[in-house]
Design a protein around this ligand. Structure first.
Ligand code: NAP
Ligand code: GDD
Length: 370
């Protein structure tokens, strides 16, 4: 009889954690996820999975070794997906110590929790590594052999995670691997990452709910893929015969400006770009009549970073040939369209809900409903 597959996911409430949970549940896994206490108990991305028989949530924290040791002992996972992180690069400049504790030492805590429970020969570990390791890039495109040059507190912390995974693989013969993932986005992406910030703003501006979108570096280049496609790769990395690290990317690059132009296009607005640097503006050339001629996108220094990574472009050849993964499942155009369509509906639904709340308040005040 095949051994029961038990996955433990740290970062289960995040973008990737939610898609990975769906993916593993569909494959028949028993899925356990780590949640942490917060003042608002609202787990939007996984709300639809709660109550599913094979899906279990546990309180623990990446900063609390004891909680991780106890949980790994209780769950006895056959696979751990370590996705938990303070994942926002700009925030890592404001909270560098917290970022290091969760993103660097947190990885060590997971590895030691597995060793403390004597599971090093039965439990495989996936580490959510990142293209940010290439940072101030030393070659384009980047592959598994490209030298690292981290360029933010986040990237430096993640570099420790990458090396400690490699160290435990060699020192203790553990099956632990890093997926060096390039940016991947979705309709579940956090709202302060640039893609989601743009798609939500495009939807709000198209529906008269926002006047202007302020962005930072419009020239920054990213290799953007769809998160739903990328979680399959995390699983494939752990099903490979040998523990190895893989670059996961689409192999296609675009600027932030190109993303914004396309997102506004799908929201029914065409933009023309004028000016340079801090003075650059995206002006509406067609769309709703009241918007034509207006500046809908402007640059703000508030979104510049002390050091910015500006040229990420991944080479997914190894993942394609050794894992049989298809990096082009969802194209850049499809990704932007999926996100804009979702946010157009979200903004419209939020508007209806707010009108209903206003009406209800008025009806209560007038005694029409009690
Ligand atoms: P995300 O949406 O920001 O999710 C981060 C997750 O980590 C959340 O579930 C969060 O929990 C959890 N977390 C943060 N601090 C924690 C702590 N102290 N203890 C326990 N859980 C904690 O990130 P994502 O986009 O899904 O990315 C997943 C992983 O891949 C991250 O490690 C990220 O650095 C890495 N990565 C992402 C990309 C990308 O483009 N998305 C690319 C390369 C690498 P709460 O909900 O409680 O905050
Ligand atoms: N967030 C943000 N907001 N970024 C902006 C803005 C803005 O208003 N304007 C321009 N940018 C630029 C940033 O300077 C950066 O060069 C690029 O857009 C992408 O920024 P983010 O979307 O915040 O993502 P990131 O690339 O810094 O980090 C994401 O991808 C990494 C993988 O390369 C995160 O998901 C990390 O966790 C992940 O490791």
């Amino acid at each position: 009889m095949e051994k029961k597959k038990v996955a433990l996911i740290t970062g289960v409430t995040g973008q990737d954690g939610s898609y990975l949970s769906e993916f593993l549940l569909a494959k028949g896994y028993e899925v356990h996820g780590i949640i942490r206490r917060s003042s608002v108990d609202y787990r939007e991305r996984i709300a639809h999975l709660e109550g599913t028989p094979n899906f279990h949530l546990h309180y623990a924290d990446m900063g609390d070794s004891m909680s991780l040791v106890k949980l790994v002992g209780k769950v006895q996972p056959t696979e751990i997906y370590n996705l938990a992180a303070q994942s926002h690069v700009q925030v890592s400049f404001d909270a560098p110590e917290f970022t290091a504790d969760v993103d660097a030492v947190g990885v060590l805590r997971i590895l030691e929790a597995v060793r403390t429970n004597h599971l090093e020969k039965t439990c495989k570990i996936y580490q959510a590594s990142t293209s940010e390791l290439y940072g101030k890039v030393e070659e384009v495109p980047q592959n598994e052999k490209t030298p690292f040059h981290p360029y933010s507190p986040y990237a430096v912390a993640k570099l420790y995670g990458y090396w400690i995974i490699k160290e435990y693989r060699e020192a203790y013969d553990m099956f632990c691997c890093s997926g060096i993932l390039f940016n991947h986005e979705s309709e579940r992406r956090g709202e302060t990452f640039v893609t989601r910030k743009i798609t939500l703003a495009a939807a709000r501006i198209a529906q008269g709910k926002q006047d202007c979108l302020y962005l930072g570096n419009l020239d920054s280049l990213r290799d953007w893929g769809y998160a739903k496609d990328y979680v399959e790769c995390m699983w494939l990395i752990l099903q490979h015969d040998t523990p190895e690290d893989f670059v996961i990317a689409t192999g296609v690059q675009h600027t932030v400006r190109e993303f914004a132009t396309l997102a506004f296009h799908y929201a029914g607005i065409e933009l023309r770009w004028e000016g340079e640097g801090i003075n650059e503006k995206g002006i509406c050339t067609s769309g709703p009549a009241n918007l034509v001629g207006k500046t809908l996108v402007a640059v703000s220094e508030a979104f510049y970073r002390p050091t910015d990574v500006v040229n990420l472009w991944g080479d997914p050849t190894k993942a394609k040939t050794e894992l049989g993964w298809n990096p082009q499942t969802t194209s850049f155009e499809q990704l932007v369209q999926i996100m804009v369509n979702h946010d157009m509906q979200k903004v419209a639904a939020d508007h209806v809900a707010s009108v209903m709340r206003t009406n209800l308040a008025e009806y209560l005040e007038k005694g029409i409903v009690k």
